[in-house]
Design a binder for this molecule. Structure first.
Ligand SMILES: Nc1nc2c(ncn2[C@@H]2O[C@H](COP(=O)(O)OP(=O)(O)OP(=O)(O)O)[C@@H](O)[C@H]2O)c(=O)[nH]1
Ligand SMILES: [Mg+2]
Length: 297
């Protein structure tokens, strides 16, 4: 049940091509056909954000679309501390078992005074951290962690960073967490890694979206939340994508899938921009001084 007041606008504040099963199929097909450019094997997207914002649920939602059933592979739930404690890289497969050309990397939620710090993201973004790495609340990621990937290449590194933010709690994010988020964003941008925001739990802040998810872009409350979270992180509103994760549903829902797939599509577009930028740098630098050479795939 949404708790904030909401009102329905006469016109949508963002375009959407449709909310039915056909729209899901069209969007899913585009994602199924996605191939990264320059012969890169796959795009890698890192999910970070506050505790309980829906990072693991988002991966489950993406898997659900392509498995045609509600998936619960990543553990999810409400807890004061991060439920996810490991760095996990998830592959998504089509119904015939073919792996899609992107991976989602899940991380523990950012906490006040403990947990992951911006400095850890240096290694997470560069691809030094192995899948399954157990994060410890008060220990930094260093070159001494077990399985540290010493010479990561483009297959290990991150090509798009998604901040997963709970729309219902964005107003009460502490200054410490806000600083962590902004520092992580600045670090990613310094590496030319594009950043997006997934604004989750839209059903909790908009009565309109709660009753009919296909009306998300008519919700005044959500339009305001998008502005608020874009300001919080210093990113353009166009980089904020609305998400409603599966939490109580037992069947797939086309509107949920449309939002999930729209977010994935934007992430893949961002990853392609990253590859384009890297390729153009390689040309201008004459293949020198580029840490992650595309030719190293
Ligand atoms: N109503 C609603 N609940 C959601 C949504 N997304 C996630 N949840 C619920 O929020 C809780 C936390 O979700 P998780 O996916 O575990 O969040 P997380 O970011 O992975 O959390 P940590 O790993 O603990 O940092 C779960 O109870 C989910 O069912 C959403 O879009 N709407
Ligand atoms: Mg989690």
């Amino acid at each position: 049940m949404a708790d904030a007041a909401d009102s329905e606008l006469p016109n949508a504040w963002r375009k959407c091509h449709g909310w039915d099963g056909e729209s899901v199929k069209a969007l899913a097909n585009r994602v199924l056909q996605y191939e990264p450019p320059y012969g890169v094997k796959r795009a890698r997207i890192l999910l970070t954000g506050t505790v309980g914002s829906g990072k693991s649920s988002f991966f489950n939602g993406v898997k659900s679309v392509f498995r045609n059933r509600i998936a619960t592979q990543a553990m999810t739930g409400a807890s004061a501390r991060s439920l996810t404690t490991k760095f996990r890289t998830y592959e998504i497969r089509a119904t015939d078992g073919t792996p899609l050309k992107f991976q989602l990397c899940d991380t523990p939620g950012l906490e006040d005074g403990q947990g992951l710090e911006p400095v850890d993201f240096q290694f997470l973004l560069d691809g030094n951290v192995p899948d399954g790495f157990q994060c410890h609340p008060n220990t930094r990621i260093t070159t001494n962690i077990p399985g540290f990937v010493k010479t990561p290449n483009i297959s290990n590194s991150i090509h798009c960073l998604a901040f997963v933010i709970d729309a219902a709690t964005v107003s009460v994010i502490s200054e410490t967490i806000k600083k962590k988020l902004v520092d992580i964003k600045d670090l990613a941008l310094s590496k030319n890694i594009p950043c997006l925001i997934l604004l989750t739990k839209v059903d909790k802040v908009s009565q309109i979206a709660d009753v009919d998810l296909s009306k998300v872009y008519l919700s005044k409350a959500l339009q305001d939340k998008v502005k608020q979270v874009a300001d919080l992180l210093g990113l353009p509103e166009s980089q904020v994508l609305l998400v409603k994760n599966y939490c109580k549903e037992v069947e797939l829902d086309a509107s949920v899938d449309v939002l999930t797939l729209t977010a994935i599509q934007r992430m893949l577009g961002c990853a392609d921009d990253y590859f384009d930028e890297l390729a153009s740098q390689q040309c201008s630098d004459n293949f020198e001084n580029v840490q992650l050479g595309l030719q190293a795939i």
